[in-house]
Write a protein that binds this ligand. Structure first.
Ligand SMILES: [Zn+2]
Length: 418
C-alpha cells in the first residue's frame, strides 16, 4: 500500500460512512414525522395521542441534532488527519518536550482535550435546550460542570497510567507487545466490571438500599425462583440528572448488585418492576453478559494485532497526514490514528452487533414472560416508552442499523404471540 492510495481509501470510507449515516438519519426523521398523527393501532388504547406526538417531536429533535454532530465529527476527523491537525499539534509538542514519553502522553491528552472542547457546546445544548424542552433535564449548569471536572479527573487518573503502560509495552516489549497489552487491558476491564460500582459510581450518585419491603420480598422471590444470588438491591438518585428511568446490574459472581434508578421505581408498579428485573436476570441466566464480554475481548485482540502491524507501516502515518518522527516515539501517534481510522472502516459492519443484541433482547423477554408475567412486562414497556418519549414508529432501516433494542411495538407483538 502506498500512502496516497491509503489517503484516498480513507477519504472515500469517511465520506461513504457519513453519507450512509446522514441518509439513515433523514429517513428516520421522515418516517417518524409521517406517523406522527396516529398512535399505532395496537397501542391506541394505551398511549394518548399527545404522548405519541411528544415522542415523535423528541425523536426528530434528537435526530436533527445527531445530523449536526455527525457532520461536525467527520470534519474534526478530517481536520486532525488529512488536513494536518495532528501533524501541527505533534510539531508544537515536540518543540516543547522533544520526542520523549512525556511528548507521547501529552499528544494523546491534547487530542482528547481538544475533541472534548469541540463537543462541549453540543453536549451543553443537548442537556439544557433539547432535554430541557421535553422535560427530561434535571441538571443545573453547576452540576453539569462539576460532572465535567470529575469525569476529566477520573478519566486522567485511570487513563494516563493505562496509556503509559501501553506505550511502554509498544516501545520495549518486542513484536508481541500487542498480546501483553491485550492481557493487561482485559485484566483492567474485569477489574472495572468488579469494582466500578464501589469505586467510581459513588463519585457521581448516591446509592441507598431498597427500603420498600413489599417490593423487596417480591424481587427476592423472583431471584430465588430463577436461582440468582445478589449482594443487595440499591436505589440510585438518577433523578438528580435526568427524568429517564433505568435499572442495571454491576459486579461479578455472588457480589452482584442490582441498581434501580429512582425514576424507574416511581413510575412502575411492583409487578411491572419485577417483570423488568426478570428481563435483566434473563440476560445473566442466558449468558448474554458473558458472551458480550468474550466477544469484546476477541475483537480487541484482533484490533490490537492489527495495530501491531499498522504501527510499523509508513503509509499508515503518511496516508493519514502525519510524518513519522525519525527517531521513533511514534507509538502514541499510531494509537491516535488508529482510534480515528478504525470507526471509519468498521461502521458498515455495525448492524451485525445490533442484530446479535436484538436477538438477545427477545430471548430475555421470553425469559421474563416465563419466570414473571408477560402482561406485566408489556405494561412496563408501554409505560417506559411513554415516559421516556421513545418513538413507537422508528424507520425500520435506521432501527436495524443502530438499535440495540427492538422497537417496543415489535417486542410487545412477540410477547403477545408467545
Ligand atoms: Zn435487555
Amino acid at each position: 500500500m502506498n500512502s496516497s492510495s491509503f489517503s484516498l481509501l480513507f477519504a472515500a470510507f469517511l465520506l461513504a460512512t457519513l453519507a450512509v449515516k446522514l441518509w439513515l438519519a433523514s429517513r428516520h426523521v421522515r418516517h417518524v414525522a409521517l406517523h406522527r398523527d396516529a398512535v399505532p393501532a395496537q397501542f391506541a388504547h394505551k398511549i394518548p395521542l399527545a404522548a405519541h406526538q411528544k415522542a415523535a417531536d423528541y425523536t426528530i429533535a434528537k435526530t436533527r441534532l445527531k445530523i449536526v454532530m455527525l457532520t461536525l465529527n467527520a470534519v474534526v476527523v478530517l481536520g486532525f488527519t488529512l488536513l494536518g491537525g495532528l501533524q501541527w499539534l505533534s510539531e508544537q509538542l515536540v518543540s516543547l518536550l522533544d520526542s520523549s514519553m512525556t511528548y507521547q502522553l501529552a499528544l494523546v491528552a491534547a487530542v482528547t482535550v481538544i475533541s472534548g472542547v469541540i463537543d462541549l457546546p453540543i453536549d451543553y445544548y443537548k442537556q439544557f435546550r433539547l432535554e430541557e424542552k421535553f422535560g427530561f433535564n434535571k441538571m443545573t449548569p453547576s452540576l453539569f460542570f462539576t460532572d465535567l471536572v470529575k469525569h476529566s479527573l477520573v478519566g486522567a487518573a485511570i487513563g494516563l497510567p493505562l496509556l503509559w503502560v501501553t506505550l511502554a509495552l509498544m516501545e520495549q516489549a518486542g513484536s508481541l507487545w500487542w498480546l501483553y497489552a491485550w492481557l493487561i487491558w482485559c485484566g483492567f476491564q474485569l477489574f472495572m466490571l468488579g469494582f466500578y460500582q464501589n469505586l467510581i459510581a459513588p463519585l457521581f450518585n448516591k446509592f441507598t438500599p431498597l427500603e420498600d419491603d413489599l417490593l423487596r420480598a417480591r424481587i427476592e422471590g423472583l431471584m430465588q425462583r430463577v436461582g440468582f444470588a445478589s449482594k443487595g438491591l440499591f436505589v440510585m438518585d438518577g433523578s438528580r440528572r435526568s427524568a429517564h428511568g433505568n435499572a442495571y446490574f454491576s459486579g461479578f459472581g455472588a457480589a452482584k448488585r442490582i441498581v434501580f434508578f429512582d425514576t424507574l421505581l416511581s413510575r412502575l408498579q411492583p409487578n411491572e418492576i419485577e417483570a423488568v428485573l426478570a428481563h435483566e436476570l434473563g440476560h445473566f441466566k442466558l449468558n448474554h453478559v458473558i458472551k458480550r464480554i468474550a466477544l469484546m475481548f476477541v475483537m480487541s485482540l484482533a484490533f490490537l494485532a492489527l495495530l501491531g502491524w499498522l504501527k510499523n507501516q509508513i503509509w499508515f502515518y503518511q496516508g493519514l497526514g502525519v510524518m513519522p518522527l525519525m527517531n521513533g516515539a511514534n507509538d502514541a501517534m499510531a494509537l491516535i490514528l488508529f482510534m480515528f481510522a478504525l470507526p471509519v472502516f468498521t461502521f458498515l459492519f455495525s448492524p451485525l452487533l445490533s442484530i446479535m443484541s436484538r436477538s438477545n433482547e427477545f430471548e430475555a423477554d421470553a425469559f421474563a414472560a416465563k419466570h414473571s408475567n408477560s402482561q406485566d412486562l408489556i405494561s412496563a414497556l408501554v409505560k417506559l416508552c411513554e415516559h421516556n418519549a421513545s418513538t413507537l414508529t422508528p424507520d425500520p432501516l435506521h432501527s436495524a442499523f443502530y438499535d440495540s433494542h427492538p422497537p417496543a411495538s415489535v417486542r410487545v407483538q412477540k410477547l403477545l404471540a408467545a
